[in-house]
Design a protein around this ligand. Structure first.
Ligand SMILES: *[C@@H]1O[C@H](CO)[C@@H](O)[C@H](O)[C@H]1NC(C)=O
Ligand SMILES: *[C@@H]1O[C@H](CO)[C@@H](O)[C@H](O)[C@H]1NC(C)=O
Ligand SMILES: *[C@@H]1O[C@H](CO)[C@@H](O)[C@H](O)[C@H]1NC(C)=O
Ligand SMILES: *[C@@H]1O[C@H](CO)[C@@H](O)[C@H](O)[C@H]1NC(C)=O
Ligand SMILES: *[C@@H]1O[C@H](CO)[C@@H](O)[C@H](O)[C@H]1NC(C)=O
Ligand SMILES: *[C@@H]1O[C@H](CO)[C@@H](O)[C@H](O)[C@H]1NC(C)=O
Ligand SMILES: *[C@@H]1O[C@H](CO)[C@@H](O)[C@H](O)[C@H]1NC(C)=O
Ligand SMILES: *[C@@H]1O[C@H](CO)[C@@H](O)[C@H](O)[C@H]1NC(C)=O
Ligand SMILES: *[C@@H]1O[C@H](CO)[C@@H](O)[C@H](O)[C@H]1NC(C)=O
Length: 493
């Protein structure tokens, strides 16, 4: 036992060293459609207080760029969509833009990239023809200022340019854009830049009309029967986020490019929505963003590119209450403008960031179907890795010897260990949470104040056969800033 523990700590130490070498990061987008926007210096104070090391601005606001100087924070600045045309048509306009918005602040403000427009191909398709020339003109201006090694140029794309992202292995760009995207990829490759992707599992999930389990969108561990598998590669996708990133890598490969890293310039989850936006909740937003941060900081890539970390920018710092559209559109912020976080969130990805389970237990429902309970019990003690030794004959929680009591013990043990990484108290609808400590006599439930059990187990390993199911939905594209197409087909049973 001691040997096993010791080996375990060596393995964790090794993983720790490895991740520091690769060093994936999570940054944040700072949108400005905010009615009581704090001052630039207050914003930087909020960033520093939360150990945020990377930000993306949608513009090149001089107050922000000054306030970010000597902060150690790396900055992506943005060319507005309405500026793309002018810069694309005039090399001198591009040079002026670089001088005014980049060169003037370097190196004290660490500008590392320029995002040219926002989802230009899908939001202002008529400017697509000058997008590449805008990127080229800006690059030449950087070269002239000797800044091209520090500052990379790219352009953020929505998932809408990949009409059928699932299965990822067969995803391709909308072929109407082939020649533009080919030129963009060639530019990215030649300048050693990266592909900027806006990836929104929120829209993939809500527009999927029930095709996908919400756990898949929220990075929650899923039982093997719900795992989503690419039938061509047999890669298991633990999250829609991973599938979107991989669909992008495969689409790039489809145009014969490789070695262009994908960074996620926007991803997040709204915490409030209208009556018809029932998935925009505080709990889902907290789960999504915390799990996304953990997932990114584990430094691995998506299944097809395991060594390419997925650097990601959370959308977004503050609610943009002045944005038009449904209520959810205005509620993606992770901080209030006074600097308080909307829900517990830790950009270091450490600790039990979902919130601990102190005082909440997971037990079998009184009226649960006994076959379902048996399945849930089997799953919890098997793939769920619950410690079921206490419900074995002769052990403290064996009596009363009935399925409901045993399932309660196992469900709760799983829940206490997995809740911090998104494990839920559901078990096919047979479980519920309660604040009443179910411990009795010498039978002590995990999470009880009398218990020493701690959380932090690794998620259950995906395994088992999956039956194919296919059904693609194509959705109209309407929203400018955020919408992604949910034209996914899933493998589910
Ligand atoms: C995030 O977690 C780290 C490590 O546990 C801790 O040092 C830091 O204070 C936390 N930050 C916030 C804002 O809670
Ligand atoms: C700016 O960021 C780059 C990329 O991480 C880093 O290599 C460089 O040291 C930073 N420069 C300054 C002045 O902090
Ligand atoms: C676009 O490129 C794909 C390969 O990714 C190819 O299969 C398709 O035929 C091309 N379409 C056009 C219109 O050139
Ligand atoms: C990619 O390369 C293959 C093999 O060289 C070739 O058949 C195919 O036409 C190329 N596709 C594109 C989009 O250039
Ligand atoms: C939700 O309701 C609002 C206002 O009634 C409407 O504008 C919006 O289109 C609806 N959204 C969906 C997803 O049905
Ligand atoms: C990192 O995330 C990937 C994708 O979700 C997952 O497959 C892998 O097990 C994770 N690794 C660790 C060490 O948590
Ligand atoms: C910050 O603002 C939020 C939302 O207005 C409010 O609920 C919270 O109490 C404020 N926090 C502080 C410390 O003032
Ligand atoms: C749970 O959170 C509360 C409040 O933050 C804290 O006092 C308590 O020690 C935590 N419990 C565990 C088991 O981490
Ligand atoms: C399982 O629980 C028992 C007590 O019920 C404890 O003695 C044992 O150490 C636990 N096993 C593991 C691997 O945590």
């Amino acid at each position: 036992m001691m040997l096993v523990k010791w080996l375990g700590s060596v393995v964790f130490l090794a993983i720790g060293l490895f991740t520091n070498v690769l060093g994936a990061y999570v940054g944040v987008n700072i949108g400005t459609d905010v009615s009581n926007m704090p001052s630039a210096s207050d914003i930087v104070a909020i960033l520093r207080a939360n150990q945020i090391t990377h930000v993306r601005l949608y513009d090149a606001d001089s107050h922000m760029l000054k306030a970010l100087s000597k902060s150690g924070i790396e900055v992506i600045v943005g060319v507005l969509n309405e500026e793309v045309l002018g810069i694309g048509e005039s090399a001198s306009a591009a040079a002026a833009w670089i001088n005014k918005n980049v060169a003037a602040y370097m190196p004290t403000t660490n500008i590392t990239a320029i995002a040219v427009g926002s989802q230009v191909l899908t939001s202002i398709p008529n400017a697509a023809s000058v997008l590449v020339s805008a990127m080229n003109n800006l690059h030449k201006a950087l070269v002239a200022s000797d800044l091209n090694f520090q500052v990379k140029i790219s352009t953020p794309h929505s998932m809408d340019i990949i009409p059928r992202p699932f299965p990822p292995s067969t995803a391709t760009f909308n072929s109407a854009w082939n020649s533009t995207i080919y030129q963009i990829l060639q530019f990215l490759k030649n300048t050693k830049s990266f592909y900027m992707l806006n990836a929104y599992p929120y829209y993939g999930y809500t527009n999927g009309n029930g095709i996908f389990p919400i756990d898949y969108a929220l990075f929650r561990p899923m039982p093997s029967v719900k795992q989503i598998v690419d039938p061509n590669t047999l890669f298991h996708y633990n999250s829609m986020f991973d599938a979107m990133v991989d669909a992008t890598y495969y689409s790039i490969e489809g145009l014969n490019f490789s070695g262009i890293p994908v960074i996620v310039t926007e991803s997040g989850w709204p915490w409030l929505g209208g009556g018809n936006e029932t998935d925009a909740t505080l709990e889902n937003a907290e789960t999504y963003n915390n799990n996304m941060i953990r997932r990114v900081l584990n430094d691995t890539g998506p299944p097809s590119q395991p060594d390419m970390p997925i650097n990601t920018y959370v959308y977004e710092l503050f609610n943009e209450d002045k944005r038009p559209g449904p209520i959810s559109e205005k509620n993606w912020g992770v901080f209030f403008t006074n600097g308080t976080s909307v829900y517990p969130l830790n950009f270091s990805g450490s600790g039990q960031i979902i919130g601990n389970s102190s005082g909440v237990f997971c037990v079998a429902k009184d009226d649960a179907d006994s076959d379902k309970l048996q399945n849930g019990l089997n799953w919890a003690c098997g793939q769920g890795h619950a410690n079921c030794s206490a419900i074995q004959p002769g052990q403290p929680c064996y009596l009363p010897n009935n399925i409901k009591s045993h399932a309660s013990y196992a469900y709760n043990d799983y829940y206490q260990k997995m809740r911090s990484v998104g494990g839920t108290c559901n078990f096919d609808g047979t479980a519920m949470t309660t604040t009443k400590d179910p411990s009795y006599g010498s039978c002590t439930y995990a999470g009880s104040s009398h218990s020493s059990t701690r959380g932090g187990f690794l998620p259950p390993v995906a395994s088992g056969p999956v039956s194919p199911f296919s059904g693609a939905t194509s959705l109209p594209v309407s929203r400018i800033h955020l919408l992604i197409s949910a034209a996914f087909a899933a493998l589910l049973i």
